[in-house]
Design a protein around this ligand. Structure first.
Ligand SMILES: Nc1nc2c(c(=O)[nH]1)N[C@H]1C(S)=C(S)[C@@H](COP(=O)(O)OP(=O)(O)OC[C@H]3O[C@@H](n4cnc5c(=O)[nH]c(N)nc54)[C@H](O)[C@@H]3O)O[C@H]1N2
Ligand SMILES: Nc1nc2c(c(=O)[nH]1)N[C@H]1C(S)=C(S)[C@@H](COP(=O)(O)OP(=O)(O)OC[C@H]3O[C@@H](n4cnc5c(=O)[nH]c(N)nc54)[C@H](O)[C@@H]3O)O[C@H]1N2
Ligand code: SF4
Ligand SMILES: [Mo]
Length: 749
């Protein structure tokens, strides 16, 4: 490991990352589109369409075609670099042969092409009929962290303000909900206090449950660059070895689902060895266990169940490594930055693990200063901007408001010019419950936009019937697993075929203009929503005319002012490379909760999400996963990603280089298990869980190596649906599914 680390770091950071990100730096083919040309009519700026990093892209357009894309050197996120997916955006925009270009409706069981008027009238007629006959809760919309801010705002207004139902959810439930739960419970407000600039200021990176090399390559590049300074250390906590480990100084290959035990043990050592910042703890925190206030001594005695020795039994780690990790993290000379993603969030203990990560920062006071922060990495390009900030969840209202809060409902009712009673005060269904309600027939109509649930929901066998029976509208850009079940398919414009705003991990709100026309009759999602809203008779609430994207954004912006997530006027985003909210008096905020950065804080640090300005250190027990391996199902199955593909790969499979690089999914197996079961790389094996089964190729060694007893399957392959096997158990508070852990057996097929 160390040798690779040294040689990895010796290469230029950019080249190292490109290799980790699957790009051969010498291969220029991806960097230009099929009809590449040096001549362009215009360049427009946009955030990348893929991950939540939010890299800046310059889009070169000629004759209404994207002819080239390049990294935007002026964008502080990526300073001109892009990963393999960012570079492929040009090809993606030109790969129109498989695009949906005409609306379709189902007639006598078959999907047939139609015109927009017929398709939209049908949707309005059905939605109206169900609302009138069965009430507003009989209809629903399932949206996305890839929807624009404007799309999300209109959906919220349509569902909550016009129709009067909280049946609005989005795929960020499958992704960021546990991170939201962590920030909310610990700090009283959602979203990170830190920013990417913390990477250049950190001396210790604690990367837990994140494969940054493949999933956040440009942030990984920034970490790699920082790590080349030999004093900077990296701790990796992941049960599986990944490309990200190339920079690791201390590997914690703990048992899947033992994160809380590991983190509690680190807290134990921090307190036991006197590495805490007692002044910080007294001034800025209080402690809680099971809803009751406790003091530091009581917290200490709670942690006695997690001494490194005891935790070693749960995690399978060497107690010495746990101590070492604690000392490295808490070293007063170091600024410590925690980074995590789905390895943490996608567990039934997701919120507790988030709390336990925050604890490390609160115990040591390593927070709210350059280089020290708990920075949760966001998955989708606008999971923050749209899903979390606008709030396209059942329990939320725009600008971090919640439906259960009377004042929040009143504020939004006033803002929307509606009767406050229109907005139901109780959340209805979180995502998995919504699909259960669809199964039961309680929800009769579902509109899916910018997400592909038939491939991405866990335990899909259970939810198929519902999708077959419900009146299903799907807005997408390609035919997908989900469009198979559709009654209406709406061909949609994507990325720079429309105008919008995304919000990334570091609270940076970024604008993109329409650069080219969508192919065929494809239309922007926003236009679709507004048309149907008007056809449903809510035209008065949606009066936007000349420039809907701007008018909607300004309307949304107004309700962010004074809430702590203040946005700037639309034109500021058109000009700038994004701004980090809160933006007050034209100034963005790099770090929240601390003066003078945060305009909401007068002096020092104040966690103003809590009434007393103090964050909470939680005593959280380690309970483990919903389904542990046993004699019958002896393996832990984990699922996730590869750098070349985006989720269900509808888009990345259109780019020949990406398709060729990884054309089908596989199961990673540790060599000891493979030997024992006489399985070789390339053999077809069968994975069987209590819920479903799947045949796929075995892979031993390579970019990911799970620990013995663990298997890992990327979920991008629509021909081999691993979500027939996964479990739909959810975290009891965030309702995020446990994609990372379920029990399976494996045999040669
Ligand atoms: N190339 C690419 N990039 C993407 C995406 C994509 O589809 N493709 N999607 C974006 C989105 S929406 C998201 S959410 C992010 C996801 O980004 P990541 O979370 O980084 O990616 P995953 O592969 O889902 O899982 C991360 C790691 O969790 C580990 N893990 C499994 N079980 C456990 C456990 O019990 N504990 C811990 N600590 N770790 C565990 C796995 O071994 C894996 O290495 O990526 C974003 N970026
Ligand atoms: N087994 C397993 N399953 C998982 C996960 C896991 O780790 N393991 N991770 C979960 C997570 S974190 C996430 S975020 C989800 C993601 O799951 P999904 O959201 O279902 O996956 P995507 O492929 O991103 O789906 C986006 C869809 O929108 C379409 N699209 C693209 N642009 C536009 C547009 O502008 N308008 C419209 N209307 N459509 C557009 C694309 O073609 C695609 O079909 O998957 C979850 N599922
Ligand atoms: S790191 Fe993410 S945002 Fe940046 S280019 Fe790659 S996919 Fe796009
Ligand atoms: Mo995600």
């Amino acid at each position: 490991m160390k040798l690779t680390r040294r040689s990895f770091l010796k290469a230029s950071a950019a080249a190292a990352v490109m290799t980790a990100a699957g790009i051969n730096p010498k291969d220029k083919s991806l960097f230009s589109t099929a009809n590449a040309s040096n001549e362009v009519d215009k360049w427009t700026k946009a955030p990348c369409r893929f991950c939540g990093t939010g890299c800046g892209v310059l889009v070169g357009v000629k004759d209404d075609k994207v002819v080239t894309v390049k990294g935007d050197k002026k964008n502080p996120v990526n300073k001109g670099f892009l990963c393999v997916k960012g570079y492929s955006l040009g090809k993606l925009m030109n790969a129109t042969e498989n695009r949906l270009t005409k609306p379709q409706i189902r007639r006598n069981g078959r999907l047939v092409e139609t015109d927009w008027e017929t398709a939209l009238n049908l949707i309005a007629k059905k939605y109206r009929k169900y609302i009138d006959n069965y009430g507003p809760d009989s209809v629903s919309i399932y949206s996305s962290g890839q929807s624009t801010v404007q799309e999300g705002y209109v959906l919220s207004k349509l569902m909550k303000g016009a129709i009067g139902t909280n049946n609005l959810e989005c795929n960020a439930r499958l992704c960021m909900a546990s991170a939201v739960g962590g920030y909310l419970t610990t700090f009283g407000k959602d979203e990170p206090m830190g920013c990417y600039d913390d990477i250049e200021n950190a001396d210790l990176f604690f990367i837990i449950g994140a494969n940054m090399a493949e999933c956040h390559p440009i942030l990984y590049a920034r970490v790699v660059r920082r790590v080349r300074n030999s004093d900077v250390k990296v701790i990796m906590a992941d049960p599986r070895e990944t490309r990200t480990h190339k920079i690791s100084d201390l590997d914690l290959f703990m048992k899947p689902g033992s994160d809380v035990a590991l983190l509690n043990a680190i807290s134990y050592v921090i307190i036991d060895e006197g590495l805490i910042d007692e002044d910080f703890i007294n001034k800025h925190t209080h402690l809680k266990q099971n809803g009751k206030e406790i003091n530091l001594d009581e917290f200490k005695s709670f942690l006695k169940d997690y001494t490194p020795k005891k935790a070693a039994k749960i995690t399978g780690l060497d107690p010495k490594d746990i101590r070492k990790a604690a000392r490295m993290f808490a070293d007063p000379k170091r600024e410590s930055l925690s980074l995590w993603t789905m390895g943490v969030n996608q567990q039934v203990q997701g919120v507790f693990i988030n709390n336990a990560i925050h604890n490390l920062h609160l115990l040591t006071g390593k927070i709210c200063r350059p280089g020290s922060s708990p920075l949760s990495l966001t998955g989708q390009p606008s999971a923050c901007g749209t899903a979390r900030e606008v709030g396209t969840f059942t329990h939320k209202l725009p600008a971090h408001r919640i439906v259960a809060n009377k004042k929040h409902r009143e504020e939004m009712a006033k803002h929307w010019g509606i009767d406050v009673d229109k907005i139901p005060s109780k959340p209805s269904y979180h995502t998995m419950a919504m699909f259960e309600a669809i199964n039961r027939g309680d929800i009769k109509a579902l509109w899916v936009t910018t997400t592909n649930p038939a491939q991405s929901l866990p335990n899909f066998n259970k939810y198929r019937k519902g999708l077959e029976d419900v009146f299903l509208v799907v807005s997408d850009v390609y035919p997908t697993e989900t469009t198979k079940y559709a009654d209406v398919i709406l061909p949609s414009a994507m990325w720079v075929e429309k105008e919008g705003v995304f919000g990334n991990t570091e609270r940076r709100t970024q604008h993109f203009e329409k650069a080219v026309d969508a192919p065929g009759d494809a239309k922007p999602d926003l236009w679709q929503f507004l048309e149907v809203a008007r056809k449903l008779g809510y035209g008065d609430l949606f009066p936007y005319k000349d420039h809907p994207e701007r008018e909607i954004f300004e309307e949304y912006r107004e309700c962010t002012l004074g809430t702590g997530k203040d946005l700037a006027p639309y034109d500021a985003y058109r000009q700038k490379r994004g701004l980090m909210w809160p933006v007050v008096d034209g100034n963005e905020t790099a770090r929240r909760y601390v003066a003078p950065d945060d305009p909401y804080v007068k002096e020092g640090i104040e966690f103003y999400g809590k009434p007393d300005g103090k964050a909470i250190i939680y005593a959280r027990e380690n309970k483990g996963p919903a389904e542990s391996p046993d004699e019958k199902y002896p393996f832990v199955l984990s699922t996730g990603r590869v750098v070349e593909h985006w989720h269900t790969a509808t888009m990345t499979m259109q780019v020949p280089e990406l398709k060729k690089a990884v054309s089908e999914t596989y199961v990673e197996i540790h060599e000891d298990d493979a030997r024992r079961l006489n399985i070789r790389s390339g053999d077809i094996v069968k994975l069987i869980s209590r819920r479903g089964e799947l045949e796929l190729k075995a892979k031993i060694g390579g970019r990911g190596v799970p620990q013995p007893g663990m298997l890992f399957v990327p979920f991008f392959d629509r021909k081999r649906l691993i979500n027939l096997v996964t479990i739909d158990a959810v975290d009891p508070s965030s309702k995020e599914p446990e994609y990372k852990i379920c029990a399976v057996k494996m045999r040669k097929a």
